[in-house]
Design a protein around this ligand. Structure first.
Ligand SMILES: NC(=O)c1ccc[n+]([C@@H]2O[C@H](COP(=O)([O-])OP(=O)(O)OC[C@H]3O[C@@H](n4cnc5c(N)ncnc54)[C@H](OP(=O)(O)O)[C@@H]3O)[C@@H](O)[C@H]2O)c1
Length: 328
């Protein structure tokens, strides 16, 4: 098969579409003939040499894919060769074939085409596990998501709005803020011009945010804690603004608030806190909303897999809204 390989770490130009050995499905795994994969920030870090794949994962980039099951490994039930699926991966999506634990498979939702389904696994699993399973967002809560127009943000806005939360987001351009509002954000904040802490507090009569989903890490830690309501939950999933910052324990104590940080990729396939539990919950709670047309994948562009370098340039330029897909 062909896959995007990394002959060296560096800029997008190092991404090379080349012949590699086919993977074989081990016990509990299936082999997918990949139709599409999607670009994630983690792929950029891996390309730069700053994010090694977890032990046992494919060396190739790609944390999600859609495609057709080509082969079933030993000890797999419930799936058959020929099934159209999408999958959460620990790596290996930028390829013509990938082996994946069966617990990380999802059916292609009714009403979504096979290629577009590649936009779903990372954003649905990340948002559901953090905003709902961990932070327990509920109807009537105030929710703030940073990077509202990102792949993650576009799904977080839709799922939070559908859950009956009041949704605030940050986004850097007028076009992005308008798209966020179309997806269900009540308020889209221009973080270049406006202090999000003040805006959320002002618009909620001083209450603040019950749940914050953050992609900025260190750069926003202090203000994210400041914006939390009493009993609020801050979940950090990205480090675009750095990794190290001071945390004011006094503010947390006073608010009885919590700060968590999680990564999806390094979770085990099975067992407590594993990917399979999250995928099952997403299938139960998010898939029906997608099939009912209440929540939709947001795709910015679709490029050939061989043009992965250009897809990375687009992601890094950050003009996109939603996901950038790669098709084989
Ligand atoms: N922990 C996990 O398991 C996990 C899983 C998936 C993704 N993630 C993380 O989640 C984040 C979003 O991922 P993605 O793939 O959806 O990325 P993406 O589409 O590339 O989005 C990144 C976003 O960051 C926004 N941004 C940049 N500077 C900002 C600032 N100062 N304030 C607010 N927003 C800012 C950009 O929008 P503007 O143009 O508005 O600046 C852009 O929308 C990334 O940090 C990624 O690493 C984590």
């Amino acid at each position: 098969m062909r896959a995007i390989t990394l002959p060296s770490f560096g800029g997008p130009e190092v991404l090379t579409w080349t012949d590699v050995p086919d993977p074989t499905p081990g016990p509990g795994e299936v082999l997918i003939g990949v139709a599409a994969s999607a670009v994630n920030r983690a792929d950029v870090l891996q390309r730069q040499g700053n994010y090694a794949p977890p032990p046992g994962a494919s060396p190739y980039l790609g944390l999600e894919c859609s495609g057709r099951i080509a082969e079933i490994g030993p000890e797999v039930s419930g799936w058959q060769a020929g099934d159209d699926v999408c999958a959460l991966l620990a790596g290996g999506g930028y390829a013509e074939r990938v082996a994946v634990p069966a617990g990380q498979l999802l059916p292609v939702p009714t009403g979504v085409d096979l290629v577009t389904a590649a936009a779903l696994p990372e954003v649905t699993c990340t948002v559901w596990s953090n905003v709902f399973m961990l932070a327990g967002l509920a109807a009537g809560d105030v929710f703030l998501v940073h990077g509202g127009s990102s792949g993650i943000g576009t799904m977080a806005i839709q799922l939070a709005a559908r859950a009956g939360a009041r949704v605030f987001c940050t986004a850097g351009t007028p076009v992005k803020r308008s798209r966020c509002r179309e997806l269900g954000a009540d308020v889209a904040i221009d973080y270049h011009e406006e202090d999000f802490v003040k805006r959320v507090r002002d618009d909620t009569d001083g209450h603040g945010a019950d749940v914050v989903l953050d992609n900025m890490g260190a750069a926003y830690l202090e203000r994210n804690v400041e914006v939390l309501a009493t009993g609020g939950r801050l979940v950090v999933i990205g480090m675009q603004g750095g990794t190290t910052a001071e945390l004011n324990i006094g503010t947390l104590l006073r608010k009885r608030a919590s700060v968590s940080a999680t990564a999806l990729r390094s979770r085990p396939a099975d067992g407590p806190g594993g990917k399979a539990d999250i995928v099952a919950a997403v299938r139960e709670h998010v898939w029906p909303a997608i099939e009912a047309g209440q929540v939709r994948p947001v795709v910015d562009q679709v490029l050939p897999m061989a043009e992965a370098a250009q897809a990375h340039r687009l992601l890094e330029a950050s003009g996109h809204v939603g996901k950038i897909l790669l098709v084989t």
